[in-house]
Design a protein around this ligand. Sequence first.
Ligand SMILES: [Zn+2]
Length: 484
Amino acid sequence: MKYIILVLSAFFALNTVYPQDTSGVWFISEKNLMKTDTYLASKELKGRLSGSREYYKAAEFIASEFSKIGLKPLGNKNYFQNFKIEYNEITAPCKFALVENGKTIKNYELGKDFACRGFTGSGNFTAPVVFAGYGFSEEGYDDYAGLDVKGKVVMMFKQVPNWKNGDKNWNSSLRYRQDAAFKKGALGILFVSKPNDANPQKPIGSVMDGEGSYIESFPMLQIDISAADDFLKGSPYTLKELQTLIDSLKQPKPLELTTGAQLNINAIYEKERNTMNVVGMLEGETDEYIILGAHLDHVGGQADEIYYPGANDNASGSSAVLEIARTFVNSKIKPKRSIIFVLFSNEESGLNGANYFSENPPVPLEKVTAMLNMDCVGFGDSIHIGNGKSAPELWKITRGLDSLYTKQMVMHTWNGGGADATPFHQKGIPCLYFVTTNSYKHLHLPSDLPETLNRNLFEKITKLAYLTVLNVANGEYKRETVLP
Ligand SMILES: [Zn+2]
């Protein structure tokens, strides 16, 4: 008896921080979250590039889990809401080297020294390299002034200047600058981060290149700053000095270089390819809905040599959504409002899945009480709930739950949606964006692996999202008027 009391009191001591009676929150464990995350981030699923065979596999996995727990399919005929996307897959071989006086001096490592940009074309050639600042050829500012780029590869900063061209803003689409370079006769582009930025971006996997055309014969890479400096050998400047010169004078500094680049880049392109959101519903008693979403896709792999696991981005959010769905079913809590669980596709190219869903909703959007989005919820040190300034009442609910149970939430928030919440916010639906603070150390790098995640925090933010959904499903909250 004494033993039982001891065990029981230890149990309650551990549990008193949560409403253990009916909430079911205890079903959520880091073990289950990590199990799903580890599978989604595995080599088998090769970075879940939207539209790839591996993405389909991930989507089928989620659909079969939805089916096991008994969610109602809300896709076209099953759990899948199909739609078309532009598709680009980087295949082998994928080589990039430094050439001097006709000799290959250095072979660079894919994933570390360089990565292919999404929507890269293919090309196998060796060509001289030129430096063209930010790669803009605009009225009043021309990075190409006096530079002959015909048959050459152009090295340029990936980011746009943080000053304006007169009163005009820069077009930040990489394809805009691709078009400019191509028109001038260039063979390809080497994008490099601005070295004077506080945390210059490493070469990342990305399929976000903005609006524009696809040029089949035009390779585009992002290279590391150290590699860029290799190409500047023999010129009077380092990359840092070039950025300082251009930014301080707000004047271009085009430069012929003595080095060349050897490129063997191969990519498959399809203008239209099928992909799908995965959508399931737990039916409630009223005609109102809550949407809980996360994007399932990531940025794939390159040349069968590397893949981007995306354990944090966004296997974590996907696992959390699945776990919350399971918890509702396991805890046998009947929600008053129905809960729609959705795993979006193609967030990485520009929120295509969330846009498609919000344009083709399976239920009337005016009946959606709230939308919660989970994106990058596994890495970091505290909990960040975004869009609180646009949906302050909803944010207060989560804040209250956090101060009672999870105690990890930072006060700072923002307005205007954020990632997959944005299209819903724009349609007047109160949204919250669940993310961990300082989440992006491994963002779009091969190192975004399950073993880097903060499991305890991952569990806590999932619990906080579950408690918020439960509160909105069965509580007093009414859809508030969204602030801009
Ligand atoms: Zn991402």
